[in-house]
Design a protein around this ligand. Structure first.
Ligand SMILES: NC(=O)c1ccc[n+]([C@@H]2O[C@H](COP(=O)([O-])OP(=O)(O)OC[C@H]3O[C@@H](n4cnc5c(N)ncnc54)[C@H](O)[C@@H]3O)[C@@H](O)[C@H]2O)c1
Length: 392
């Protein structure tokens, strides 16, 4: 396996309990969620906001309720030269993630990176190797796997309650209109977004699928642009994935599914199955009671899930499918990882694996045959130009 897939980072050094000084890089849409978390969390202080669009950084800084507003800088280099930070949070266009993360690591900071880890696998591998040598925590946002429903299903898989996992499906059926793609110059471009429905929107569904199914081995994919005339990246991607344990899964990511905005992951095994729809546990069946009677039936979302088996949800609480809450759950893990000097649950190794599967879909689509994920991870296709989707 390549170094990029190694998930065990060098044991991070535990940091004592004082509030972590946060530098937020990027002041766009998702930065607002990170700023809210840094503002609300007792163990975080939003110390700086960095964006070459200074008015955007300034406007976000002015939303701070703290007496001392975060400082504003035009570049990470400028901020790092002027002040010291514990945690750098990167929320810039996807193609800039690895380079900015390396800059932050070089300055001795822990790093949170918005997904994807980067759009270029060679850069992502380089960052993973750099992170492995460092004693800093590096976490890539994979917040959907922190949702209570996904955690419950993940625990059931791990505990063998579904028997041998045989198959899964992951579907993201979203709609994004031209105005969305026009809302920032980097959106929907190979150069900065690195892909379309799969790389940008579908990556969370890929991550959840991989977290439940195990190590992917081969991918057969098709990526097309069907609903957006001016879009250079795909708006629909489909794939068939085979896993090391013999299980298979289908994957669909679409931003051409008007007017939908739903995601769904199903996992099936020889003794049980579960469906998670839009972050809610829609169905759960684990045929693992000692008397052989079916146990853990749920249908109909939130309420049914908690009625079925409270132990299936952390603290018996109902899942809340909200971006802020899932982000906050991942931050709790990052803060604990920094305090305890351990690897975070949203590891860079997992993020590189998800990126490799996405690139495998594009490569397979361009070549017209299945590709091995390890070949993608090991750089066999680093110089292959897959950045062309078929128009229909
Ligand atoms: N986890 C999630 O669910 C989620 C949701 C939305 C976006 N994202 C990811 O977050 C990233 C940003 O997405 P967005 O929708 O907020 O984009 P955006 O265009 O709204 O914001 C990006 C900001 O970064 C700034 N920027 C560009 N280069 C910079 C640099 N070198 N240093 C500092 N700032 C820089 C831009 O000026 C812009 O203000 C993307 O990688 C995207 O995939 C993740």
């Amino acid at each position: 396996m390549s170094t990029a897939t190694a998930t065990a980072a060098t044991a991070a050094t535990a940091t004592p309990v004082t509030a972590l000084r946060v530098a937020l890089v990027g002041a766009g849409v998702i930065a607002r969620t990170h700023a809210r978390i840094a503002e609300a969390h007792d163990h975080l202080v939003l110390a700086a906001i960095i964006d070459p669009m200074l008015p955007a950084a300034q406007a976000l800084a002015e939303t701070s309720a703290h007496p001392e507003q975060p400082a504003v800088y035009a570049s990470l280099a400028e901020a790092l030269a002027a002040d010291a930070f514990d945690l750098v949070v990167i929320t810039t266009p996807s193609g800039s993630h690895a380079q900015l993360a390396e800059e932050a690591l070089d300055a001795g900071c822990h790093v949170v990176i918005e997904k994807p880890v980067d759009i270029d696998l060679a850069r992502a591998r380089g960052l993973a190797a750099r992170a492995e040598q460092s004693d800093r925590v590096v976490s890539v946002m994979t917040q959907r796997r922190f949702a209570p429903a996904v955690q419950a299903v993940s625990r059931a898989v791990r505990d063998g309650r579904f028997g041998a996992v045989t198959s899964g499906t992951a579907t993201l059926a979203w709609w994004r209109d031209d105005a969305y793609y026009d809302s920032a110059a980097w959106r929907g471009t190979w150069a900065s977004d690195g892909g379309g429905a799969l790389m940008n929107q579908g990556i969370h569904t890929v991550d959840v699928l991989l977290s439940l199914m195990g190590r992917p081995v081969t991918v057969s994919g098709t990526a097309v642009t069907v609903a957006h005339d001016r879009l250079e990246v795909e708006d629909v991607a489909g794939a068939f994935i085979a896993f090391e344990n013999g299980a298979v899964a289908t994957l669909l990511a679409s931003t051409a599914a008007f007017p939908e905005n739903s995601t769904r992951v199903q996992v099936h095994g020889t003794r049980g199955s579960a469906y998670v729809q839009d972050g809610l546990l829609e169905y759960f069946h684990a045929d693992d009671a000692h008397d052989g009677s079916p146990r853990g039936w749920a249908r109909g979302g939130n309420q049914a899930a908690s009625e079925v088996d409270a132990a299936d949800l952390p603290g018996g609480e109902a899942p809340i499918p909200d971006l802020f809450d899932d982000h906050l759950r991942q931050y709790e893990d990052v803060i604990a990882a920094i305090r305890e000097g351990r690897e975070p649950a949203g590891s860079i190794g997992d993020a590189v694996q998800a990126l490799a599967v996405i690139i495998a879909v594009y490569v397979s689509s361009a070549l017209g045959h299945p590709v091995r994920v390890d070949d993608v991870l090991d750089g066999m296709y680093d110089c292959f130009d897959y950045k062309e989707t078929r128009k229909i």
